[in-house]
Design a protein around this ligand. Sequence first.
Ligand SMILES: [Zn+2]
Length: 342
Amino acid sequence: MLPKVLLHDHLDGGLRVETIIELAKETGYDRLPASDVAELRAWFDQTEAGSLERYLEAFEHTVGVMQTAEALERVAYEACLDVAADGVVYAEFRFAPMQHLRHGLDPARVVDATLLGLQRGAEATGLHVGLILDAMRQHEDSLQVAKLALGFMDRGVVGFDLAGPEIGFPPDRHAEACRLARSSNLGLTIHAGEADGAHAIWLALQRCYAHRIGHGVHIVDGCTIEDGELATLTDLARYVRDFRVPLEVCPTSNVHTGGWTPDSHPLGMLYRAGFTVTINTDDRLMSRVTLSDEFEGAVQDHGFDVHDLGAVTRNALDAAFGSLPVRRALWRDVIAPAYGLG
Ligand SMILES: [Zn+2]
């Protein structure tokens, strides 16, 4: 199995179905659409009838069972085990701590419990792991989340992110929080150009100073395409390519919620045009996908070979927010040899 690097993966989008059922029982959550593992798995599977409403409803349930310290720790721990079993050697998980206060936890306890789970998972697997805190862009508490993140920088929080509905909630609505994160030397990634157009990517980069862009697939808006390849680029697309802005591309998730098909998705053309593409899972549960599946899709739908997969893995490692010496050692000792790269 190829060693992989995962930069964009939501903890509340990656729970095991069995765990959801057990946590619902333990925490008194009585709104699950099914209590049988097979039925609930089928309900969460968005690969057939995926709609944005259904997708958001799915998060109601996963977030609904993640309201105690024990539940948060368990979900974080199992996320490490699951991605490590898929060959991931470095992972940055993300979640929105303010969504986990319904049973009376305070935000710091939410982050603390999640970090404990990640730490236990890292120790059990050898996975290198970091945590990104999300502010929900439709809410007004982004500054509080950024401050929360700063308080845990020495415990494994490596970044700050804006997540949630893009349309109507542009990133510069949260410019103050983004600037605080950035000016405090925290990593900054912003979901942009997933549902909204390229202008959202411009706002994320030039008004909020993001290091990385979540999804970013709408960077192709306004570019011309000939024979399946990018022919002319917009000024913004040229900037993103030439300044090597890392794009956290999540192909399967985009197919389920963004109106792309597997082979019309711009992953391949962005990569071949020289963009700093990384490949990610987004929501392993809802998309029923692993990073290995995403790599397989890149091969099947976009013609990637093992060297291309090595190149996107290198991109991800270069764009990661964690310790550079750790990442260099991973490249030298684990990743480069596996892909035949030196
Ligand atoms: Zn995402």
